[in-house]
Write a protein that binds this ligand. Structure first.
Ligand code: AKB
Length: 317
């Protein structure tokens, strides 16, 4: 029986993941946690919740013991945009927080799933169909911390036998939760503005292609990799996964099919644009497909249709 602790559960992935995992493993077997409670957040009233700061080893250790945890999904992290504003905090949370989680996992023999990101790549990485194993020289603290995390997780597996696994997430698009502080966040904001104001000024410039994924596919990837046959995993902590690649113009054209009066213009954020320019246009995810059967359900067309339907419904209430 799995008992799963989710760190950083009040962030973009955590709310959706908690609900999804509870539907699979049972309500009492999935424990969301975060540094602070957020009154009014839906997860405060949907079952167990723990306050847990990933920088505090003792607290993680006691939560793991108290709830007989067997697996951790370690989501607590600072994303690319926020990271550049405060690199020291980003390093501390992204690397020292992960170190604590890995140490607790070593001591208690837990399995750990750690999301990495397309941010591990940099200017010198091949941009199109970026290979699984390639040059990784990121220029953001977020990217540097994620490369370090991938290596640290590999080390904990090879040195101590900890069952560590991970995927490199692209930008994630969810109808339930807003992203915060990321370079790819425009691809979520655009939907809210399209519905509310019929126009959006993108902070990422036209012609900037980045990989994106609809949240249901991201949740599926986490569970599928967690359940994958360990003997088939060669790249434990850093699987490229991909679902679609587009630039703001392509996304706007897709939204226009449903909201014809929608207008896209640009108010480019130079700091975020600089980050986006160093990330891949598209990833080669053939290793994830071969090693654990990764396959996305949503492409740009089906994601846009579903996202608009869900958001219109939500915003109507
Ligand atoms: C970000 O933009 O920082 C994240 C990511 C791609 O990891 N969404």
């Amino acid at each position: 029986m799995k008992k799963i602790l989710i760190t950083g559960a009040l962030g973009q992935i955590g709310t959706d993941l908690t609900r999804y995992m509870r539907s699979i493993y049972g309500k009492d077997n999935v424990l969301p946690s975060s540094r602070k409670r957020k009154e009014g957040h839906p997860l405060m009233n949907e079952g167990n919740f723990e306050t847990l700061d990933v920088l505090n080893y003792e607290v993680i250790d006691s939560v793991v013991k108290k709830h007989h945890i067997t697996h951790i999904v370690h989501l607590a992290a600072i994303l690319s945009g926020t990271g550049e504003k405060n690199p020291q905090v980003a390093w501390d949370i992204n690397v020292n927080g992960l170190y604590n989680v890995l140490e607790v996992s070593r001591v208690h023999d837990l399995s750990v799933l750690i999301p990495s990101s397309i941010a591990v790549f940099g200017e010198s990485t091949p941009k199109d169909l970026t290979p699984q194993d390639t040059i990784m020289r990121p220029s953001t603290i977020y990217g540097v911390s994620k490369v370090s995390g991938e290596l640290l997780a590999d080390y904990y597996h090879s040195k101590f036998g900890v069952d560590t696994r991970g995927v490199r997430f692209p930008g994630l698009i969810s109808s339930d939760t807003m992203p915060g502080g990321g370079t790819t966040d425009y691809a979520v904001h655009i939907f809210y503005e399209a519905i509310k104001n019929k126009r959006y000024a993108s902070f990422i410039d036209k012609g900037t292609f980045m990989d994106m994924m609809y949240m249901p596919d991201a949740l599926k990837a986490i569970v599928q990799l967690m359940e994958a046959d360990e003997s088939k995993l060669k790249h434990r902590n850093a699987f490229n996964i991909s679902a679609m690649s587009f630039d703001p113009e392509m996304l706007a054209a897709e939204i226009k099919k449903h909201i014809p009066e929608f207008e896209l213009d640009y108010d480019v954020d130079q700091d975020l644009q600089k980050i986006a320019n160093t990330w891949p246009n598209s990833l080669d995810d053939s290793e994830a497909r071969a090693q654990w059967g990764w396959e996305p359900d949503y492409d740009l067309t089906s994601m846009t249709k579903d996202m608009l339907e869900k958001l219109i419904n939500k915003l109507d209430k």
